[in-house]
Design a protein around this ligand. Sequence first.
Ligand code: HEM
Length: 479
Amino acid sequence: DNPLDSLPGPKRWPIVGCAFGLLGIPYDELFNRMLSFPKMYGYRYVLKIFNRRILHVYNVEDIEIILAHSRNITKNRPYDFLEPWLGAGLLISTGSKWHRRRKILTPTFHFNILRNFSKVFEEKSRNLVRKLKNLPDKNVDVLSVIGDFTLNTICETAMGTQLDCDKSTSAIKYKDTIKNIGIQVIKRLTKVWLHPDIIFYQTTLGKEFNRNLVIAHSFADNVIDDRKMKRTDQEDGALSENFDDKTKESSKRRLALLDLLIEAENNGEIDVEGIREEVNTFMFEGHDTTAMALSFGLMLLADHEDVQERIYEECKLIFGDSDRTPSWTDLTEMKYLEATIKEILRLYPSVPFIGRQITEDFMLDDVLVKKDVEVLVHIYDLHRRADIYPDPEVFQPQRFLNGEVRHPYAFIPFSAGPRNCIGQKFAMQEMKCALSEICRHFKLRAAERGARPRLKADIVLRPVDPIYVQFIPRSCDKL
Ligand code: HEM
């Protein structure tokens, strides 16, 4: 008697729905199985698992209705499994808590703050180039090197903490840990009997999950303690040392994320637990998403010499023969590189699906969507629709330069509407800085031409196997 039952989808049996059809799909196969459903059932279909109805959509009009509306800000069930790790931080919280937190945190992504981060982006990108030059192996497993770069960058910008040599072992452990957490969350999600806490935490998986939480939380706690200690040592404790004097003068109230949270704690607007939630949320969201986009990006560039050369030429026009690092203004001028990054995110959106829990009945065009239904927006499938992106599998940065008019919800790697990605400008500048530096200093070659990775998705989109790229220094390179 639910209107959604008239929509297509895998066969729904009494009581269990299509749960049994989904059982036993190996973790590495799950993503491919998810991709097969839209091909069979079209742009709107329903998976019914016991009493849960999950409406899947990937057409722009539906996506706009769902994401644009201020009532649809509650995340769906799978996000609950992230709560032991991220708490009710900005990614997961809802209602007035989310509104309050978003209001507190928005100023920390203001242009003036980001402009000052460009110094860290430059330095970390140069370090990355040096590291790539000195790696003994010609075939570089990019995920690990890039993961270090993005983790170092988020820690030094938003958290004001440098991951020096002492901490590099714990940083490696942290990166592995969050990868494990992602896998464990998805394994739990696909095994309905593991959903109740009382069962899950008795199993080997639940116990491993708990052990990983301890590692992830203690890494974040160290970052908080480190920053608090530095602030007491610093004369102008409240301001990040990365900021120039002008920013310190003119925007005393604009602070880097962790400083802002500590100030909010001092003002009684947030408690210690609240700071932990946000630090865990931003450490994860602020590095893993960008690492995946950059890694898929390097893979695509290695396969498309013409695109690398255009980026190189664009950089030559901006820098001439100078070897200086890119400033904020330089990054803003890199229009072709910007189009390239958009094309990377079209083909490999770091967050391939986003979910919502419907809290009030509403009409999705001609279908009544009732309270308690879950909605899953397929960003990955939307971005590969042939009617919106001709030859959708082909990597063509030019698509984003031709001035083609597309529906505003046809390209949504950072989601859209009130719960869009708060870090999107940060991410774009960081990725521009890293990719421009790499293309200025290296020619990239694919280990295997034309190869496309098998994909899996936990919380972010990942390749099943490592991505190998060769970095061949350009002859004029002075570094
Ligand atoms: C390529 C890089 C990135 C991509 C593709 C990306 C994508 C997204 C998407 C799709 C969402 C919505 C998620 C959902 O509704 O479940 C989101 C939310 C979020 N992102 Fe990003 N993100 C990126 C980088 C970053 C960075 C660098 C930061 C922090 C510095 C960040 C922080 C967040 C936070 C805190 C949220 C939750 C916002 C809220 O609900 O109010 N992201 N991101």
